[in-house]
Design a binder for this molecule. Structure first.
Ligand code: ADP
Length: 431
């Protein structure tokens, strides 16, 4: 490059000096040198014009040719241009592939701008969500998908769990919608057809609800007869028969509790309406459960304390809250060996209201904690024969909290004790 530059400078000086010598012959050396400079600039302008014309339509066939420094400049521009062209080609190919692949996806995919307007969507979005390219681009998504469940999910900004809604163009199609952020505030919506799964799930719920309901009457009849038989036979008359009947009575009562828990769970799963929520005096409710727990504390003699930091009225269903809180408190009683310590505490802060039930009982191995709220999941199956629970308690607690927009947090250390905390958001508090 330095050589080329040197040669170009030499060429320039040579033209100017030759012009100067020729001008000297007519006593005008400066005019001659200036004429040489003029010729050089003219030559440069000619090349610039050629370059400008070529840059308007830069193909290989019409590329300008030159030698020396100017030729090098043209060569470099030509190579940069070729690289740029090949990058554009690759980019176009990538865009085309992603367009074809997203169109081939069976799930609806919609890209949403930070101002909530639609940017782009695939073919399936037209089929499931009824979006039309001609009219819906740049429209606000919540004006097109107006389902209140979707609107509140979209506006919440909390997209960890998706939601199920009916398709706006065909209500028999159930869609599972998930939103995620990509590149700062842009969002991607994915809608999957889960109609089949939804029907299966509905069948399962109906089956459990129906079976539980149907079992109630025969259980009541069996219970009634057993009570009558036990009244008729005293242990002195027939000790074996009396013992047998007492065991049948115990198991019937367990079955009744199980059936009632299953029915409650089905009711909670089928989505009890928010309209049923009324102001609940938490202090009165907790004191009632505390006294019930204290009453059954004769055998284990735990030290149970109840601390209420704030008098709270919570928007809720009193019988559901009773069921959730007593499940946690009675579990603490059940899973804490004699003379244990159980602290029940209710408090409020800027995030909402909270109930913690802390015991120094058997505790739970951390591997079990994520699955504890599944039905019939037990951390220690061998223990449940002794405690006699249904295995549905924490599943019920989870559903009740969900109905109250709350969450359950479980902290536990095996052998040291557990801390079950219910968190309710501020919007559930009645001021
Ligand atoms: P169960 O009827 O078996 O008590 P739950 O759903 O109420 O069913 O609880 C599920 C499991 O969680 C229990 O079987 C037990 O292993 C564990 N668990 C619940 N509460 C406690 C607690 N306070 N301490 C230790 N383990 C507990």
């Amino acid at each position: 490059m330095r050589k080329l530059w040197q040669r170009e400078l030499n060429k320039f000086l040579l033209i100017c000096i030759t012009g100067g010598i020729l001008g000297w012959s007519i006593d005008e050396p400066w005019a001659g040198a200036f004429f040489g400079l003029f010729l050089y600039v003219g030559w440069l302008l000619l090349h610039i014009k050629e370059l400008a014309t070529w840059l308007e339509n830069p193909t290989l066939d019409n590329a300008p040719e030159a030698s020396g420094l100017w030729g090098k400049v043209l060569d470099n521009i030509y190579h940069i241009h070729r690289k740029h062209q090949s990058r554009i080609k690759k980019l176009k190919k990538t865009i085309e592939i992603s367009r074809l692949s997203t169109n081939a996806i069976r799930d609806a995919v919609v890209l949403i701008n930070p101002d909530n307007t639609l940017e782009w969507w695939n073919k399936a979005a037209k089929h499931y969500l009824g979006l039309r390219r001609s009219t819906d681009r740049n429209h606000v998504i919540t004006n097109l998908l107006r389902d209140p469940k979707f609107v509140s999910y979209f506006e919440s900004g909390e997209y960890r769990n998706g939601i199920n809604i009916s398709s706006p163009i065909n209500t028999s199609i159930i869609l599972h919608i998930t939103l995620s952020y990509y590149s700062r505030k842009n969002r991607i919506l994915i809608a999957r057809d889960v109609t089949h799964l939804h029907h299966l799930e509905q069948m399962r719920k109906d089956f459990v609800a129906n079976v539980s309901h149907e079992l109630r009457t025969p259980l009541t009849v069996i219970k009634g007869y057993i009570e009558t038989f036990l009244d008729l036979i005293t242990p002195d008359e027939n000790a074996g028969l009396h013992r047998g009947l007492s065991q049948v009575q115990q198991q019937t009562e367990r079955m009744e509790v199980l059936v009632n828990d299953l029915l409650l769970l089905s009711k909670l799963e089928t989505g009890a309406s928010k309209a049923a929520l009324k102001p609940v005096d938490i202090t009165a409710l907790l004191q009632q459960i505390y006294h019930d727990a204290d009453r059954v504390n004769d055998v284990k003699k735990h030290h149970i304390t109840l601390t209420i930091d704030n008098q709270t009225t919570l928007l809720g269903d009193v019988s559901e809250l009773h069921s959730a809180f007593s499940n946690l408190i009675f579990n603490a009683v059940k899973y804490t060996p004699e003379n244990g310590k159980i602290d029940i505490r209710w408090w409020q802060n800027s995030k909402g209201a909270h109930l913690s039930v802390i015991d120094n009982g058997v505790g739970i191995d951390p591997i079990h904690i994520p699955r504890l709220t599944e039905r019939f999941y037990r951390a220690d199956p061998s223990r449940h024969a002794k405690t006699g629970g249904t295995g549905l308690g924490l599943a019920i607690v989870k559903h009740i909290l969900r109905h109250h927009e709350g969450v359950l947090d479980i902290q536990s250390t095996s052998g040291e004790g557990s801390n079950f905390t219910c968190h309710f958001p501020s919007r559930q508090l009645v001021s």
